[in-house]
Design a protein around this ligand. Structure first.
Ligand SMILES: C[S@@+](CC[C@H](N)C(=O)[O-])C[C@H]1O[C@@H](n2cnc3c(N)ncnc32)[C@H](O)[C@@H]1O
Length: 209
């Protein structure tokens, strides 16, 4: 938890309580339904919570924003961001039922009221969102295809609506067709070695009604 406070020192008591509760909630639920590796549970805040919050270093979502987390798995990046932005609505989607079961239990355990979950492939979700967030789900061309038509028309932020994707490694080939893509190094925000190769990809997208 100190790690989160190191980079986000102005959290409310409620946010600190919720972030702290994540450790025992994931430990308990992971024993019943394995969705996070043992090693990752030991380093939950470094590898998952802070990683998700890399998006919060790039953008502060305005109140009332609507955000879709595609392939949320055990709830990343959606759950830490829902704690960070309690006045925004988060829709967490995963095609595997047991993962959504864990997410539902964590959401209930935290008392998070701004999270909705759906057990579905994202292609079958038909809402409109200011931002579509994700980590480690598919290559960008596939991801863009899946999320087509899901970007909201109105822009509430100084930057355009679009995709915010946490990715690692060499992205040159994967991103070569996107002229307006921006890649940010998470090592600019976080000094821990884990973030040396981690990136946040921002792809602005047009509304297609
Ligand atoms: C490698 S895991 C990443 C989970 C989480 N985002 C994280 O970073 O911890 C990929 C997840 O994407 C989900 N997924 C893959 N294709 C999907 C699709 N078309 N729609 C919804 N979820 C999908 C899988 O079920 C899996 O939980």
């Amino acid at each position: 938890m100190e790690l989160i406070l190191k980079y986000f020192p102005h959290l409310t008591e409620d946010q600190i309580t919720k972030f702290t509760a994540l450790q025992s909630l994931y430990e308990d639920w992971n024993l019943k339904i394995n969705v996070v590796s043992r090693k990752d549970i030991e380093e939950l805040y470094l590898r998952h919570v802070l990683h998700a919050l890399g998006i919060a270093k790039f953008i502060s979502f305005n109140n009332g924003s609507n955000i879709l987390d595609v392939g949320t798995g055990g709830g990343f990046p959606g759950i830490p961001l829902a704690i960070m932005f309690p006045e925004c609505s988060f829709h967490l989607v995963d095609s595997i039922a047991k993962k959504i079961k864990v997410v539902d239990e964590v959401v209930e355990g935290l008392g998070l009221e701004n999270v909705k979950t759906t057990n579905s492939r994202v292609e079958d979700i038909h809402g409109h969102y200011d931002f579509i967030i994700s980590r480690a789900v598919a290559a960008m061309p596939t991801f863009v295809h899946w999320t087509k038509g899901k970007i909201a028309k109105d822009q509430k932020h100084t930057i355009k609506n679009g995709i915010l994707y946490l990715k690692g490694g060499d992205l040159e080939e994967e991103l070569k067709d996107y002229k307006n893509v921006m890649v940010h190094n998470l090592s600019d925000y976080f000094t821990e070695g884990f973030y040396e190769t981690k990136k946040l990809v921002y792809l602005p997208l047009k509304y297609k009604g």
